[in-house]
Design a protein around this ligand. Structure first.
Ligand code: ZN
Length: 176
């Protein structure tokens, strides 16, 4: 009886393997014959401006020390609900991320230097006049949501202030 069962499961294994292989081949063939779309697509790291009084924006930080969005467009007067996710697994002490939106004219290197020294405040310099809005510092699997009003029209930098991250983890909030 045991032998029969074993044989049956082996047959099933072979059948299911064969099926998978066929499916993979079909998928590959389909991908190869699909023509490249002529329409220019928005790069995935750009968020286009949405209509409405309130807009929701999702931004992710990764274990590779990157943001998934490099450019976020909003409209003047909108209320922005921004959620920062950490899609990685590293703890915040090793690969912490935040979102800090800076006023125009802020020297990013100087600001990041100040922030680096504010470890006891999750790398947010206390009483800084350069910050428009910021999330808390989060680790892998965590998220934090903040709400703030879009500043006046213009381009604003956002960075992660965890030591050493701002050179790579930066983007632009563009208010249209
Ligand atoms: Zn970071």
């Amino acid at each position: 009886m045991k032998k029969v069962l074993l044989l049956a499961s082996m047959v099933m294994l072979v059948v299911s393997c064969g099926g998978d292989k066929k499916q993979t081949e079909e998928t590959t063939a389909q991908t190869e014959t699909t023509p490249t779309p002529a329409v220019e697509e928005t790069p995935s790291d750009v968020v286009l401006a949405q209509d409405g009084k309130e807009v929701s924006i999702d931004l992710s930080g990764t274990d590779q020390m990157t943001y998934d969005k490099k450019e976020i467009h909003v409209k003047a007067g909108q209320k922005i609900k921004l959620t920062l996710h950490h899609s990685g697994q590293s703890p915040k002490t090793a690969m912490g991320h935040n979102f800090v939106l800076l006023k125009q004219g802020t020297n990013i290197a100087d600001f990041a230097n100040q922030a680096m020294q504010a470890k006891d405040n999750d790398y947010i310099p206390k009483d800084s006049k350069d910050i428009i809005a910021h999330t808390k510092l989060i680790g892998g699997g965590e998220s934090d949501t903040i709400e703030f009003d879009a500043p006046e029209k213009g381009t604003y930098d956002y960075i992660c202030t965890f030591p050493g991250h701002y050179a790579q983890m930066k983007g632009k909030l563009i208010v249209e």
